[in-house]
Design a protein around this ligand. Structure first.
Ligand SMILES: C/C(=C\Cc1cc(O)c2ccccc2c1O)CCC[C@H](C)CCC[C@H](C)CCCC(C)C
Ligand SMILES: C[S@@+](CC[C@H](N)C(=O)[O-])C[C@H]1O[C@@H](n2cnc3c(N)ncnc32)[C@H](O)[C@@H]1O
Length: 237
């Protein structure tokens, strides 16, 4: 693992105890809607074997488990042991039939799964944080079954200058100062530079096509401050 990957792992291990609370506060609960949209775009359905890459504290994996139902199964993968510990402790409603979830500590760049294993996948706010985006998409492509879909949700720099300014203002005057109250200034200040170097939607599409996906479409959401990259693996290799 590179030094950079170790630094990113350290950030997410450190913020694990406050991560869920800050996501709710800093997005006014909106991140739940964006995650629900990603699950819909992944086409997860009953009985599916689902993958949530860079699962963190497990929001998307839990949503996938509801969609896949008791006959499905979900694997949540992350390299942060602290995030996975939060995920594993989360309450699961008794009355909603859902899939079992396996929490797997692993690197998204070197997945411990066989080729053509998953019916669908999600990745929430993970792609911007991996140190090698082309490789992570190649690994994702490898483990998906032919015809399977993946939905990749992430923050995004809007091209519209007004929205760009709003996003910058929001990060500088709300996100970082609130995180500062939790002693997490540096960790949340990292979001801005990570956004700066993140490929824009059409560049993500080009990388995904090169990684082997038959179809790749990028949908801007939340005024293009977020985006969902929807990928389909070809039915025949
Ligand atoms: C759930 C969200 C982000 C997850 C997230 C991703 C990262 O890469 C991090 C890196 C380092 C520390 C923390 C994170 C992290 O939590 C999205 C919501 C939280 C955002 C911090 C809020 C950003 C909101 C948009 C810029 C503007 C939304 C405006 C709307 C009116 C709510
Ligand atoms: C911003 S969090 C997102 C968590 C969760 N998906 C969500 O939407 O709330 C990004 C996660 O990606 C994980 N991550 C980053 N690079 C990774 C890699 N190479 N392999 C596995 N996990 C990685 C981090 O540990 C962190 O938990």
């Amino acid at each position: 693992m590179t030094n950079n990957a170790e630094q990113i792992k350290t950030i997410f291990n450190r913020i694990a105890p406050v991560y869920n609370q800050l996501n709710d506060w800093l997005s006014f609960g909106q991140h739940r809607i964006w995650k629900q949209m990603a699950v819909q775009w992944s086409s997860a359905g009953p009985g599916n074997t689902c993958l949530d890459l860079c699962c963190g504290s497990g929001d998307l994996a839990l949503l996938l488990a509801k969609q896949a139902g008791p006959t499905g199964c979900v694997f949540g993968v992350d390299f942060s042991a602290e995030q996975l510990a939060v995920a594993a402790k989360r309450d699961r409603p008794f009355l909603t039939p859902a899939s079992p979830i396996s929490w797997v500590e692993a690197d998204a760049l070197d997945l411990p799964f066989a080729d053509n294993y998953f019916d669908c996948a999600t990745m929430g706010y993970g792609l911007r944080n991996v140190t090698d985006i082309p490789r992570s998409l190649q690994e994702l492509h490898r483990v998906l079954k032919p015809g399977a879909k993946a939905a990749i949700l992430d923050l995004h720099r809007p091209s519209n200058s007004l929205m760009r300014s709003f996003q910058q203002f929001y990060l500088d005057t709300l996100v970082v100062p609130v995180a500062q109250q939790f002693g997490m200034t540096q960790e949340y200040a990292y979001i801005n530079p990570s956004l700066e170097k993140f490929p824009i939607g059409q560049q993500q599409v080009a990388i995904a096509n090169k990684a082997g996906f038959a179809k790749a479409t990028h949908y801007p959401i939340a005024g293009a401050m977020m985006g969902v990259l929807v990928l389909v693996k070809a039915i025949e290799n």
